[in-house]
Design a protein around this ligand. Structure first.
Ligand code: R5P
Length: 295
C-alpha cells in the first residue's frame, strides 16, 4: 500500500518536520496564497490520486485558517484522494460547549459539523472536553483525542522539586488528579468564575498545608493568560511562592505573553501543539502513534 502524503498550510514547524521524518513520509507540495482581495488560491503540485492525505495544522486563529483548510480538503477529494485526515494538535471552537445565555450560538457543534463534512478523520490533543464527554458527541467522523497527562506529569517530575499540582477551575479536577497521581504529588483545584473575556474571579480552598511546596498551575489553554495570572496572584497573597505554569496549548492572544512575563510567575511552559518559545514538552511521538493507528 502507498504511504500517506503529509501537507500543511500553516505549520511549517519543527513538530511537523519531525513527524514527516520519523514516518519517512513525503511533504506534499502545494501553492497556497491570497489574491489581493484576500480570497484563497490553492494548487496541488503533488499528484494525490488514490492516496491517503494527512493535513497537519493547529487551529489557533481559526477564523483566518478554516476556509483555506476546507478548500484544501475539498480540492484533495476532487483530485481523487482516497481519504483526507486532519491532524489538529490544537482544536479550536471547543469552549462554547453550552448555550450559557439564550440566543447564543453553539459554535462547538457547528464547527464540528463543518470539519466532519470535509475531512474523513481527525486527530487532536487535549481538546477542551468539559461538558462533552467525547469528541464523538459532536464529530460524526472518527475523532481521536490524545492525552498529554503523562508527558506533563513527567516534565513536572523531572523539573520541579516538591510540586503541588493546581487546577484553576473545578472542571480541571479529573485531569489534574490524573497528572498528580502519576507522580504521586498532592493536588487541588481552585474555584473560578468568569465575568468576561478578561475578568476572572478565583477563590482558593484552604492551602496552609501546601505552603512549603512549589505550586504548579496546569491549564489546557492559555489565551489571555488572565486565568493563570489571577490564580497565581491569589495563591501568592495566601503565602505561596510564585507558580510554575504549564499550559497544553499556548495561544497567547494579543499581547498576553508579554503580560504573563511581566506578572510574578516563576516560569511558563507549554506543549508544542502550537509553536512558541515556551514549548518544552514534545508531543511528536503520540501524534505519530495515533497516525499509525488510523485504520
Ligand atoms: C477554560 O475553561 C480553559 O480551561 C482555560 O482556563 C481558559 O481557556 C484560559 O483562558 P484565559 O487564558 O483567557 O484565561
Amino acid at each position: 500500500m502507498k504511504l500517506p502524503i503529509i501537507f500543511t498550510l500553516y505549520n511549517h514547524s519543527t513538530l511537523v518536520n519531525n513527524i514527516i521524518s520519523s514516518l519517512s513520509l513525503d511533504l506534499g507540495q502545494i501553492i497556497f496564497r491570497e489574491f489581493p482581495d484576500q480570497e484563497t488560491y490553492l494548487k496541488f503540485n503533488t499528484s494525490i490520486k488514490d492516496r491517503e492525505i494527512i493535513l497537519i495544522d493547529s487551529l489557533d486563529q481559526p477564523n483566518d485558517k478554516i476556509l483555506p483548510l476546507l478548500f484544501f480538503a475539498r480540492t484533495a477529494k476532487d483530485l481523487g484522494a482516497k481519504r483526507v485526515g486532519l491532524v489538529a494538535p490544537y482544536l479550536s471552537y471547543m469552549r462554547q460547549d453550552k448555550i450559557f445565555h439564550p440566543g447564543e450560538s453553539l459554535t462547538s457543534r457547528y464547527f464540528a459539523q463543518l470539519l466532519s463534512y470535509y475531512f474523513d478523520w481527525l486527530i487532536t490533543i487535549e481538546p477542551h472536553l468539559h461538558r462533552y464527554k467525547s469528541l464523538q458527541e459532536i464529530y460524526s467522523i472518527p475523532a481521536v483525542s490524545l492525552s498529554v497527562a503523562e508527558k506533563i506529569a513527567h516534565w513536572i517530575d523531572n523539573n520541579i522539586t516538591r510540586p503541588v499540582i493546581i487546577g484553576p477551575d473545578a472542571e480541571s479536577y479529573a485531569w489534574i488528579s490524573k497528572i498528580a497521581k502519576i507522580i504521586d504529588a498532592p493536588y487541588f483545584t481552585l474555584n473560578k468564575t468568569r465575568h468576561g473575556d478578561r475578568q476572572i474571579e478565583i477563590t482558593l480552598p484552604e492551602i496552609k498545608n501546601y505552603l512549603n511546596l512549589t505550586p504548579v498551575l496546569v491549564d489546557d489553554i492559555i489565551s489571555t493568560g488572565q486565568t493563570l495570572i489571577t490564580a497565581n496572584e491569589n495563591l501568592m497573597k495566601q503565602g505561596m511562592q510564585p507558580a510554575v505554569c504549564v499550559g497544553v496549548h499556548g495561544i497567547f492572544s494579543e499581547n498576553s505573553y508579554q503580560t504573563l512575563l511581566q506578572s510574578s510567575m516563576q516560569k511558563i511552559i507549554t506543549c508544542n501543539t502550537i509553536e512558541h518559545e515556551t514549548n518544552a514538552i514534545d508531543v511528536c511521538d503520540i501524534i505519530i502513534e495515533a497516525i499509525n493507528n488510523i485504520d
